[in-house]
Design a protein around this ligand. Structure first.
Ligand code: CA
Length: 244
């Protein structure tokens, strides 16, 4: 059963969310302020975080930032109505999706289901990630690939994070523009191509001249992180096409 941490300070909405998600078959933990949210994140290691932005004390932005220092779990933001800038800021800060208030129960459940479906099981700082040979180091914005650390730019780090979180699945250039560059209009496709090239080169250079990297360009579609045990097969090889 997936555990969801609900962070919402409005008592009525908090209760409604707890009831709704419990009835839908989730295990629910609830925090009504930011500090409690961080405590529960550590203690419960939920599979998904449902995070209100407007919180007393430590607000949702701070909670999101600290969450991303410890985990890649999927985060659904609850934002104030009409606050379009929250959406951009949220995606930039590492949220996976956002839902403006007020929202319908069905829509919330659909978003939660979709997010869980497309996310790999969450990984937590300090865990041995094993197997993959790749580990993200959020506090240094770097990646350890085959035991060698590669320092990444913010864009490269976010790019890798999105691909890793969706391991085994092809993420289209447009999806990457939206999630990494906040460019839903897709006006800068070339940027994606060159950022992926830079990222792959850094990973290969870190691991040694002839090393492979775990990313794959799927011609005409987008890019994929090849999980060793998931669709797409092993992380070896990979000297193929570099741009769709
Ligand atoms: Ca609130």
């Amino acid at each position: 059963m997936t555990r969801i941490l609900v962070v919402e300070d409005d008592p009525d909405l908090g209760l409604a969310l707890r009831v709704l998600l419990t009835r839908a078959g989730y295990e629910v933990a609830h925090a009504d302020d930011g500090r409690e949210a961080l405590r529960l994140l550590f203690a419960e290691r939920p599979g998904l975080l449902l995070l209100d932005i407007g919180l007393p004390g430590l607000d949702g932005w701070e909670v999101l930032e600290r969450t991303r220092d410890m985990s890649d779990l999927p985060v659904l933001l609850l934002t104030a109505r009409g606050a379009e800038s929250d959406r951009v800021r949220g995606l930039r800060a590492g949220a996976d999706d956002y839902l403006p208030k007020p929202f319908g129960n069905d829509e919330l459940l659909a978003r939660v289901e979709a997010l869980l479906r497309r996310s790999a099981p969450a990984r937590w700082a300090g865990d041995s990630f094993g197997g993959d040979g790749l580990r993200l180091v959020p506090e240094r914005r770097s990646a350890v690939w085959q035991g060698h650390e590669a320092r990444l730019s913010d864009i490269e780090y976010r790019l890798l994070q999105v691909l890793v979180r969706n391991r085994g699945r092809v993420i289209t250039t447009d999806q990457l523009l939206d999630r990494v560059w906040d460019d839903p209009e897709g006006t800068g496709r070339e940027r994606v191509k060159f950022a992926v090239l830079r990222l792959r080169r850094k990973l290969r250079q870190a691991a040694g001249d002839e090393a492979a990297d775990p990313l794959e360009a799927v011609r005409g579609l987008g890019y994929r992180y090849r999980a060793p045990d998931g669709p797409g097969g092993g992380a070896a090889g990979g000297q193929g096409a570099e741009g769709p």
